[in-house]
Design a protein. Structure first.
Length: 221
């Protein structure tokens, strides 16, 4: 129960609040000041109003402001009650390069986890998109030209041709060539020629002939 006293001036003053209730400031002197309070959450890369760390009554609206280059998520509202989940500030994506043929305005940035659709003057009826998938990502808004189309088709055609050559080479059966056949008579002719050269060499340098082969084992001649 609330403990209250009646002052001489007829004003009801609050000396304590029910369990779970309190006053925002210590100078409260009315029973109606007993309420549920909330502390404003902290924030990185920005500030809140009322400021982070302040104690306010529940249901008080808190507005989030992000520093330059940062933003809250696209689906979030920057004003929430104090007891609700407060939005955070994320680093935006920057369009570092863009084609002169695109309809993107200089200095355009993308909120984190958002997508930007754009068109190109040289590609009427076609649209392109950029997505900020990572915080602080540098994006490039390109518009396809005939040069890039020709280069892309040339590279793609060369790769496809190489793949086809490899597939055809794998499927083509290999021909096994039999080893060359050498007639037996060729070896005899070589042996006779070598023996004739050996006899000529011995006669020229007066060398002794080798001993005759043992009996029962006739020589070649």
């Amino acid at each position: 129960a609330v403990v209250s006293t009646q002052s001489t001036g007829g004003k009801t003053q609050c000396t304590s609040c029910e369990t779970g209730l309190t006053t925002v400031t210590s100078g409260s002197d009315s029973i109606t000041d007993c309420t549920v309070i909330c502390e404003v959450a902290s924030l990185a890369n920005g500030y809140r109003s009322p400021a982070s760390g302040y104690t306010v009554m529940t249901g008080t609206s808190v507005t989030t402001f992000c520093s330059s280059g940062y933003s809250i998520l696209e689906a979030k509202n920057n004003t929430q009650t104090c007891t609700s989940e407060q939005p955070a500030c994320f680093k935006s994506c920057v369009i570092e390069k863009k084609s002169d043929k695109s309809n993107i305005i200089d200095g355009t940035s993308l909120i984190y986890q958002s997508t930007l659709d754009y068109t190109c003057s040289n590609k009427k009826g076609e649209s392109y998109s950029l997505t900020c998938s990572e915080e602080g990502l540098e994006l490039n808004a390109k518009c396809p030209t005939w040069l890039w189309i020709i280069v892309g088709c040339s590279i793609g055609g060369a790769v496809l041709l190489l793949i086809l050559i490899i597939l055809i080479a794998r499927r083509r059966p290999r021909r096994h060539h039999p080893p060359p056949v050498v007639e037996v008579g060729v070896f005899d002719e070589v042996a006779d020629t070598f023996e004739s050269w050996t006899d000529t060499f011995r006669r020229t340098f007066n060398m002794e002939s080798p001993p005759p082969p043992p009996a029962g084992k006739p020589g070649r001649r």
